[in-house]
Design a protein around this ligand. Sequence first.
Ligand SMILES: NC(=O)c1ccc[n+]([C@@H]2O[C@H](COP(=O)([O-])OP(=O)(O)OC[C@H]3O[C@@H](n4cnc5c(N)ncnc54)[C@H](OP(=O)(O)O)[C@@H]3O)[C@@H](O)[C@H]2O)c1
Length: 255
Amino acid sequence: MSGSGCLDGRRLLVVGASSGVGRAIGLTAAAEGAMVVFSARRVELLESAVQMAGAHTRAVVCDVTDESSVAEAVQETVSALGGLDTVVYATGVDPLIRIENVDGVAWSKLFATNVTGASLIIRAALPHLSAARGRAVFISATSVGRPLPGMGAYATSKAALEELARAWRSEHAEVSFSTVAIGMTLGTEVTADWDTDLLGDLGSIWGSRGYLFDNGPGYMNCEQVAETVVSVLAAPTSIPYVSVLADPVHTDPET
Ligand SMILES: NC(=O)c1ccc[n+]([C@@H]2O[C@H](COP(=O)([O-])OP(=O)(O)OC[C@H]3O[C@@H](n4cnc5c(N)ncnc54)[C@H](OP(=O)(O)O)[C@@H]3O)[C@@H](O)[C@H]2O)c1
């Protein structure tokens, strides 16, 4: 697929594109001919992605927990790209915390970023997605349905995100909504704030009870996930849900 131009002419907004999976999706999509807006809060990282992606790409700052920021970002995207037909919501936070320690503030922050923000982005983009009969992809996690201890609140938010995709699809069949649930992926910042002592305690449980195997068996890198997401965007069919894991044969745990 690499460089085949399978997204030629597409106008794509990637939210959560300053690092990790979202950044790789933006870069891969640009290499496949899409015009891409990279969006998130950290402008320097967005600018460096745009520099790497080349022509027809733009950085647009957005905090998805702020509704006016979302509206402005979508408007800026439409102006920059001359329209909008495709959205990828890769934004996510994943606090490592035992479920009994998640207070109201933490639940609110988690849902504002992982769930509500996705709906606000689609709501703001809807006139353009509907007119274009476009596509939207939400990035979820393969741990939904079997939450890892210490990641139960996160898995709960991702379960809600998956239901959100179904809810949007039920009311807007003119737009193709896809959930891409991914397994363990290296090269991202999602674990940056994790407490290493708690990780030590939980990590052994994850290994002994098979959670790591279920979400692997090895690790993917961001480019592998990005290629898969671009395939979903370029498919001649609508793909409501796909689960993506490391290939047990071709996995290099060092990448
Ligand atoms: N890595 C894995 O193993 C794994 C497994 C399953 C699912 N996932 C999912 O994959 C997606 C990408 O995560 P990642 O692993 O690539 O982690 P990451 O590197 O931390 O990326 C998260 C992105 O979300 C953005 N973000 C966070 N809060 C935001 C806000 N309020 N407004 C706008 N953007 C915000 C961050 O940008 P700023 O901080 O610049 O705003 C960043 O670009 C997430 O949905 C995650 O849950 C990851």
